[in-house]
Structures are given as C-alpha cells and as structure tokens.
Design a protein around this ligand. Sequence first.
Ligand code: ADP
Ligand code: MG
Length: 312
Amino acid sequence: MQQNYFESMDTFMKVQCYGKNSKKANDVAQNYIKKIESIFSVTNENSEIYKVNNATSFPIKISTETSDLIKFSLEMAEKTSGAFNPCLYPVTSLWGFTKKNYKVPSAQEIQNALLLTDYHKVRLEKNEITLEKGMMLDLGGIAKGYAANEAAKILESFGIKSALLDLGGNIQTIGKKADGSSWHIGIRNPFGDGVFAFLEVSKSIAVVTSAGYERFFEDENGKKYIHIFDAKTGMPVDNEVVSATAVAKNGTYCDALSTSLFVMGIEKATEFWRKYKDFDFIIVTKNKKVYVTSGIKTMFNKINENWTVYYL
Ligand code: ADP
Ligand code: MG
C-alpha cells in the first residue's frame, strides 16, 4: 500500500492506493492534483483562471483542460438553473472569501457585483474564452471534484484496481479495499466532531460533501456567513441545509452537485433528483433530519441514533 499526504487547494489531502505500481501511480496523481491547483487558483497570479480574470482584452487562450472544465461548469449552471454558478468571483471576493479578508458588503455593493455574474455571457470556443468587462470565474465549487476524478483516472491508467482519494470532503474510490472488503466512507457530523453515518461502498464511486462548517466567518453579533452563495441574491446561503453530499460515479459532477444541492435547499434538491435520478444525495438539515435517496439506501449506515432518516 502507498499513502501520500499533502496539502493543496487549501485542503489536507490523502491518496491511498494498493497493488503493483502504486508508488509511481500515487506520485503522478499527487503531482497532477498540484498542477490542477496551479491552473484553477483564483489567487495565484500564474494560474490560467487568474489570467482570464485579469485580462484586459479578449478572447484569451486557455488550455483544453480549463476549457473542458469551464464548459462542464456552464452546463451545470444551465442544468441547475443557476444554483451552480461558475462566475461568482465578483461576489465571493467582495465578501472576502477568496483572500480571507472577510467583510459584510453593503446592499449596493452586492447588487453591483451580481450584475457581473451572468454565466450566459461567457463565450467559450475550444481553446479561447471571452468574458464581459468585470466578469470573473470562480471554479472553487468544482475544482476539487475534478482533481479527484481525473487523479482517479490516472491511478487506473497505471493499472490500480484499489484506491481511495480523500481531497477534504471529496472522496473518490477505485474498486474495493485490497482485501476485497468494502470501503466505509464516513459522512461528517455537521454539528460537531466525527461522523454521523457512513456509506458502505464496494465499487468506483465519488462521495462529495458541501457544508458550512469549514469555511465561514462571523460578524460582531455572531451571525455566521458561509462560503456557499445563493447566486440570485449574492448572499451566503442561509437555508435549512447544514450539509449536502452527492454520490455518483463522476466526481466532477458530484462536486458541482454538492454545492448546487446546498444552494437549492431540500425541496428543490428533491425535485431536481426526481427529475434526473443520475446521482444520489444525503442532505442534513438544521433540525437534524437526514434525507437519503433510494439509490444509496442499502449503503447508508447511521451511527447517531437520535436523528430521523427519511428515505426518498
Ligand atoms: P469546498 O469543498 O471547498 O467546501 P464546495 O464544493 O462546497 O467547496 O464549493 C464552495 C466553493 O464554491 C466556494 O468557496 C466558492 O469558491 C464557490 N461557490 C460558492 N457558491 C457557489 C455557487 N452557488 N455556485 C458555484 N460555486 C460556488
Ligand atoms: Mg462542490
């Protein structure tokens, strides 16, 4: 077994893989994840996204990787009716989330920033992008899922049949554990330490959680502002959801979904799931109700007995 621990995208990461070639495979996967960080970072002046966000004339050339991820992000924006919005940088930076210089902006500042977040205005050709003046991308809601998904593909290309990638809330598995048993993927308790449930998984799958407990700030009255935004209002989401986990084969999809489901709230998320049924979710609400969709019912194991679970 080969385990690599490292920090990237402001997150502690772990890649664990088994079998022949695992050292080499793991190192290549780790390097790839670091490369993704350097492409998609909004703060690193050498990143492609930084260059796009700070360009003074368009179109600007981008790599195929970046183009593909932006394309997918725009499709997700369309599919979720804007719950997922890859153009939120004017809003997320206004609130100080991108550089950790947090503040509560004025209503006017928020309105002004919102005018710059219309994802329909992004013009994307194969390797060229055009943004309107003032528009800026923030792929923070999808980059880690993409990194995990692509890193898993790299491991597979080395013949790895068993692996677990943990990119802080973005889990991706390959196959089963080396001894043939299933993985137990913990779902973090959004109210405290530890996990409140786990998924028993014996196949290649992604499990991605979005929650308000890791990245947030409080104002002088103790009001909490989280890093996931309602793209319609420009405000941090403040609905009944405390954590949203998406489960599907594709980790990029799951990451965009986990953010979207959080924004949608339980009712719209349920509607969305009924419409597409190409993923599953676990959503925990503030009153400790847990909603689990049918596709993962048999994998879902609750640890905390006090919470009510509703199977959809
Ligand atoms: P993390 O795993 O880092 O907690 P999430 O997948 O939950 O990330 O996404 C949150 C990040 O996505 C934010 O830090 C921000 O960069 C970006 N973001 C916030 N709100 C939205 C939104 N409505 N649509 C798309 N991206 C968003
Ligand atoms: Mg996400």
